[in-house]
Design a protein around this ligand. Structure first.
Ligand SMILES: *Cc1c(COP(=O)(O)O)cnc(C)c1O
Length: 411
């Protein structure tokens, strides 16, 4: 235990410990090496203060408005709706996170956490990235705020996403190649945590989705809730009530929990998450965590986790790198457990078809991740009708996916 911890007043220490082990029902918590408990506690305390601090919130909202491009529009897609249900088309509204700076919702969280880092006096930002979207968002936020970014990325992912590696480097970030394990996201997280264990006195760990040890799931959900808050107001402006259904893709779960957040206590709103069905039903061929619903701990968090019969973390597969992760955020695990939200999957093939249909009917090329949410809408289209208003989180734009799709001969 560090000197700072020992000198804390007993009451505050007790409070912090409680906050540290916060759970979402049976899920969540903070299962971390003792070495990291001190910086996690420091972060917990600072976050609890900052989220109530008017000057912090004002600075963040200025950045989101003037740098990232918020608020994002709500676009009704009538031609897409007619294409999927010509008889009785529902009203479908897309929340356009694809129009944000760096091309996805990830910038909301990266700006929030880099601002927290600045408040803590940490000048070095550590992050992990899979496809590179969170790395690019973190590199941009760090550059804009005058911080140094170090991004860990699996060797295989670096090869697949060279243009994102270049974007990060152009923005001044150091990209560290991780050759171990499967050389993908899970290994990059391990390496980032290893760095943080040795560097937390001057470094901040910027986690990219609503998972990991507490308080990260809460921090990321708080910074992404702006998506839902704007959407809720925009729905009132457009059709004077709540949507009947809110649908979003679920990787770690940050864009989904962000758009679900303000509707959680509105029982008239159905919430639906769509995960990666990949290319087959066998373990290793998908990233459908809810479908298997086995509980376990990964990266500090108790949640649903794809694992084999020996409890070893399973390989996953998805055409969309952003959904290709074996665990899911603890808030979603609890929403599933409580049946407040439902979780379904869409296959690689269905997502690709949805991408093409939205592009053709509306002139919007969605990210492959977001296309999973659209794919499920297409699947249930015959059950939908014209009195329904559906809100879809279009979490990012698809330009990033084109090189890989072309290389695989899929376009
Ligand atoms: C990273 C990413 C996702 C998946 O992450 P969540 O934390 O589940 O939101 C979804 N869509 C896009 C465009 C992404 O870049």
């Amino acid at each position: 235990m560090t000197a700072t911890n020992r000198s804390m007043p007993a009451s505050q220490y007790h409070y912090s410990l409680e906050a540290l082990h916060k759970r979402y029902g049976r899920f969540g918590g903070c299962f971390m090496p003792e070495l990291l408990m001190a910086p996690i506690q420091e972060l917990t305390t600072l976050f609890q203060e900052s989220k109530k601090d008017a000057s912090f919130l004002k600075e963040l909202s200025d950045l989101l408005h003037n740098y990232a491009g918020r608020p994002t529009p709500l676009t009704e897609v009538t031609r897409f709706a007619h294409a999927i249900n010509p008889v009785n088309p529902p009203r479908i509204f897309l929340k356009r996170e694809d129009l944000l700076h760096t091309g996805a919702h990830k910038i909301n969280n990266a700006l929030g956490q880099c601002l927290l880092a600045k408040r803590m006096g940490k000048k070095r930002i550590i992050a992990e990235t899979g496809a590179g979207q969170h790395g690019v968002a973190t590199a941009a936020a760090a550059a804009h705020l005058g911080l140094q970014a170090v991004i860990y990325m699996g060797a295989l992912d670096m090869k697949r996403q060279m243009s994102n590696v270049m974007r990060m480097r152009l923005m001044g970030a150091t990209v560290v190649e991780v050759p171990h394990g499967s050389a993908t996201l899970k290994d990059a997280v391990n390496e980032a945590l290893r760095d943080w264990s040795a560097s937390f006195s001057d470094s901040y760990y910027c986690l990219g989705s609503a998972l990991g040890p507490h308080p990260y799931p809460e921090i990321v959900a708080t910074f992404q809730a702006v998506i839902g808050e704007e959407s809720k107001q925009q729905c009132q402006e457009r059709f004077s009530k709540n949507p009947d259904l809110v649908i979003a893709c679920v990787g770690g779960g940050s864009n989904a929990i962000g758009i679900f957040a303000p509707f959680l206590n509105d029982p008239d709103v159905a919430l639906m998450g769509v995960e990666a069905g990949g290319h087959g039903k066998k373990l290793g061929e998908h990233a459908a965590r809810f479908h298997h619903a086995k509980e376990g701990v990964l990266h500090g968090c108790y949640t649903y986790l794809l694992q084999n019969e020996h409890g070893q973390v399973a390989e996953t597969s998805s055409l969309s790198a952003g959904l290709d992760y074996p665990a899911v955020g603890p808030a979603h695990a609890q929403l599933f457990f409580e049946k407040r939200a439902s979780y379904v999957m869409a296959s690689d093939h269905a997502a690709l078809e949805a991408l093409q249909l939205l592009a053709k009917t509306e002139g919007i090329i969605p990210a492959l991740e977001s296309s999973h949410a659209l794919a499920h809408l297409i699947k249930i289209a015959p059950t939908l009708h014209s009195d329904q208003n559906i809100l879809v989180n279009l979490s990012g734009r698809g330009d990033k996916d084109l090189p890989e799709l072309i290389e695989k001969g899929l376009l």
